[in-house]
Design a protein around this ligand. Structure first.
Ligand code: GLA
Ligand code: ZN
Length: 682
């Protein structure tokens, strides 16, 4: 099964189902996901079950050789349930209980709600367990989505107390860990601890961080609760869940743990309300790589964009070639199966303008043709790279705890953890160097170069692992605001960067939050990168050496063994080091004392690649992405032209044409939004 669609038979007359199934088969569709919002159809009244319609749909699809993934419908508790138990509805941070009428109107700690799930999900699972058309399950749908600020109800409040009690053991330990002596906040019992609902001022940062962890754990627990039911009832079926890229409500490393593989909702031209621009090429790539990183294995796309998106307002229509391009991009970054959202555009409900492959009319058109051609082109090749990963030599450490802690205290109002991660990622991506995202407990030994931006919270164990990694020969990049706090979000009383000083060969004696604008940075002449400096692709002019910028924050460094690669070129700390390098054991540790602007990030990355001997896969024009999947005997290069103009690149002779645009005399001419896949024997 390599291609599929999200199908809602309950939205269409039964007489249409056979036509849909045959059009699907004709397009090469082998799997559908169904029923993830259909609780009210499957249990129209308490204890009255109706699976006939779904049995019939599965059968109609099976006749065309199409398999089914079923969703547990727990994102949509029916009206009868809410009428009986309004306490299932979540409570917002301001204390208002939200009403029925959208979806995800469920509190995940509610025992009443879990009771309904404990009854319904086994019945559903038992019903479909022996149906040969069913192959697997998706738990709920996009957990955390539409939960906005999560839930502040009494049940969640009590669950928070138990979570804290488990974590700290005693109230004295919590008081100490959080520093509740500040503003007379010390607690006599766990019951006194508030949820972070409105107060006259800000809450304690330690409370806020634990609240984020608690709510993440609650979502993980809610998923696990259902996974256990499904594994029990249907041991042969796989279980997955659709993740949302850089979404921040749940620690996706944790959520991934209980699943056979993760799935992704991937909308490259999504226009979030209020945002004018769709994500850039490198941000899209980062999203897919982050998703692969949650399990370090290949995944499914459970919702691949199939048309213009939008609820009240619309995004632009995918141009001819873009649906193919994005499909290939998903495959390139590690997707083994692509399921398009959705089969046909709905005639009613909130998502009338979230377009499917078929338009409202149900008549196949341009999008159907493009997807059919793409599926036919890719299907014979998909098994070749199934399970294959990029073979990255570079890792970027991405941590939910760091992100949450910096959301609570961003220092500079514009500082964003995920954004800064994507800036570093972007420089590697534009250089066509594959990157893995890893968690803070990952084994780093297989990487030549690790970037760990904004490592704000540390533990002695984490510091030791980083030191070990470098002393064994690794290259590590740490940046501003490293090792400021402990894992409880308390400042550690020491000179920064604390127990990483020796590793970095420096101390930080002062710092400056850049509220009056950027500072200048100059590469030290004697430390210019070996080899000619490459201007960032697409840059209009090469920056002169002191026109690089330090953004948002400057650490002011005293060297203690490290050497300076770049220095500040303005303010009272002009001439002091901004980027440093230190030899430690067999390896090297770098420190970037600020948020570098894009040209400086590009230059630094160029330098790091040269120092570590990491070679870009290919050189390409801006907007042409190259992604690798390395299988056992062959490796595959996906060359993706994200721009509306044609592009040309030269390709070394070991690479042979596999699909898409043809190679001619070592040159590859790509159409607008064109794609080629090349193969080389290993
Ligand atoms: C998400 C959901 C889908 C659908 C689409 C479009 O990704 O998982 O159910 O709502 O968005 O809005
Ligand atoms: Zn709740």
């Amino acid at each position: 099964m390599h291609f599929g669609v999200d199908y809602y038979p309950e939205h269409w007359p039964r007489e249409r189902w056979a036509t849909d199934a045959s059009l699907m088969r004709e397009a090469g569709i082998e799997v559908v996901r169904m029923a993830e919002f259909a609780w009210a159809k499957m249990e129209p009244a308490p204890g009255r079950y109706d699976f006939d319609w779904l049995d019939e749909a599965i059968e109609v699809l099976s006749k065309e050789g199409i398999k089914t993934v079923l969703g547990t419908p727990t994102a949509t508790p029916p009206a009868w349930m809410i009428e009986r138990h309004p306490e299932i509805l979540p409570v917002r941070q301001d204390g208002v209980r939200v009403g029925f009428g959208g979806r995800h109107h469920d509190c995940q700690s509610s025992e009443t709600y879990r009771g309904y799930i404990r009854r319904f999900v086994p019945i559903m699972a038992q019903h479909f367990r022996d149906n040969g058309g069913v192959v697997g399950w998706q738990v709920d749908n996009e957990l955390g989505n539409s939960h906005q600020q999560l839930c502040y109800c009494d049940s969640c409040h009590r669950a928070f107390h138990s979570w804290l009690e488990k974590r700290y053991g005693s109230i004295d330990a919590l008081n100490e860990a959080w520093g509740t002596v500040f503003w007379s906040q010390s607690y006599d019992s766990f019951e006194q601890i508030p949820t972070p609902s409105p107060t006259p001022n800000s809450h304690n940062p330690s409370l806020l961080l634990d609240w984020r962890r608690f709510t993440s754990d609650l979502i993980v627990d809610f998923l696990r609760f259902q996974v256990e039911i499904l594994r029990n009832e249907c041991p042969k079926h796989f279980v997955t869940h659709n993740f949302m890229g850089f979404y921040d409500k749940t620690d996706y490393y944790d959520l991934a743990r209980d699943l056979d593989f993760i799935s992704v909702s991937y909308y490259p031209r999504i226009f979030i309300e209020g945002e004018r621009l769709a994500p850039s090429m490198t941000d899209l790539a980062a999203t897919l790589d982050l998703m692969r990183g949650t399990k370090q294995r290949s995944f499914w796309i459970m919702e691949q964009q199939a048309g213009p998106t939008g609820w009240e307002t619309l995004g632009s229509t995918p141009r001819p070639g873009q649906l193919r391009l994005w499909t290939c991009q998903s495959v390139a970054h590690g997707a083994d199966t692509i399921v398009y959202f959705r089969w046909r555009t709905c005639l009613f409900g909130t998502e009338q303008y979230w377009h499917g492959i078929l338009p409202h009319s149900g008549e196949p058109g341009r999008r159907y043709d493009e997807i059919r051609t793409t599926i036919r082109e890719l299907t014979p090749h998909m098994p070749k790279w199934e399970g294959a990963l990029p073979g990255s030599e570079v890792a970027i450490l991405y941590s939910y705890d760091q992100r949450w802690a910096l959301q609570i205290q961003p220092h500079h109002p514009d500082l964003g953890y995920a954004r800064q991660i994507r800036v570093y990622y972007g420089a590697f991506c534009r250089a066509n160097v594959p990157v893995d995202f890893v968690s803070d407990d990952a084994d780093l030994s297989c990487y030549k170069l690790v970037i760990a931006p904004l490592l704000f919270l540390t533990t002695p164990e984490l510091s030791d692992r980083l030191k070990d990694y470098v002393s064994q020969g690794g290259s590590l990049v740490l940046t501003m605001r490293t090792a400021v706090k402990d894992w409880n979000n308390r400042v550690v009383p020491r000179t920064l960067p604390g127990d990483l000083s020796e590793l970095l060969g420096l101390t930080i004696t002062d710092y400056d939050c850049l509220r009056d604008g950027d500072q200048k940075i100059r590469w030290d002449a004697n430390q210019a990168p070996t080899g000619a400096y490459q201007a960032p692709k697409g840059a209009s002019s090469v920056p002169t050496d002191d026109s690089f910028k330090a953004l948002k924050w400057c650490d002011i460094i005293t060297l203690d063994g490290a050497e300076s690669l770049a220095t500040y070129a303005s303010e009272y700390y002009e001439g002091s080091p901004a980027i440093t390098r230190n030899t430690f054991g067999k390896g090297t540790a770098y420190y970037i004392a600020t948020e570098p602007d894009t040209p400086l990030t590009e230059r630094t990355v160029q330098y790091l690649l040269e120092q570590t001997g990491i070679v870009p896969i290919l050189e390409t024009p801006v907007d042409v992405e190259v992604v690798r999947r390395r299988a056992k005997k062959s490796e595959y290069l996906f060359i993706l032209n994200h721009s509306a103009v044609s592009a040309e690149i030269s390709v070394p002779s070991q690479w042979k044409h596999l699909l898409g645009e043809k190679l001619k005399d070592g040159r590859l001419a790509l159409e607008p939004f064109g794609v080629a896949v090349l193969e080389a024997q290993l």
